[in-house]
Design a protein around this ligand. Structure first.
Ligand code: SF4
Length: 174
């Protein structure tokens, strides 16, 4: 299956994702990301944790078109797949850091923050790592279901809490 990018030189991030115990990773171009403004509709009204003050949800003065444009400026985006939300949040940050140190100074992870087993914000406590919180992909209007399904990955609505989760994150590399 074509992923739309030249992977030369970027293979190291695929290997790094494996080293970080991710199930899969794929380099994609921004054309493979499906934007749909209804993702923001579900984010603002469909997420029990949404709050304008919540650091996980803030759009920090950016508009939806600006956020789409930000993503489209990149040529290489690493899509990362895991069953474990917390491991995925850690992994995308590590990949972002390694890419930055490799000279990709705009490297940036897009992934709703699951760094803590239970987000401390839910109980009104301060976030212990605000500098590590990255934007939620829904707030960027990314339809994760359609994006990953089009690339051959599994993503289904979970019918109960015991169901295996398929979680996805993005690292915008350059
Ligand atoms: S670092 Fe922890 S407290 Fe802060 S947003 Fe992420 S999960 Fe919540």
């Amino acid at each position: 299956m074509s992923n739309g990018v030249n992977e030369e030189g970027m293979d190291k991030y695929l290997r790094l994702a494996k080293e970080l115990h991710m199930l899969d990773a794929m380099l994609i171009s921004p054309q493979k990301i499906h934007f749909d403004i209804r993702a923001i509709l579900k984010c603002r009204w469909g997420c029990e944790g949404f709050s304008d003050e919540n650091i996980r949800c803030q759009s920090r003065g950016t508009t939806y078109p600006e956020r789409v444009e930000m993503v489209k400026k990149y040529s290489h985006i690493l899509l990362v797949h895991s069953h474990d939300a917390r491991e995925l949040s850690e992994a995308v940050l590590e990949i972002e850091k390694r890419a930055f140190l490799d000279g990709y100074y705009f490297a940036f992870a897009l992934r709703t923050c699951n760094l803590c087993p239970n987000c401390l914000l839910k109980k009104g406590n301060a976030c212990p790592a605000p500098d590590r919180v990255r934007p939620c992909e829904q707030s960027f209007g990314i339809d994760v279901y359609k994006t990953v399904r089009n690339l051959g990955f599994s993503c289904n609505v979970l019918l109960n809490r015991e169901a295996i989760q398929n979680r996805y994150g993005f690292v915008l590399i350059d």
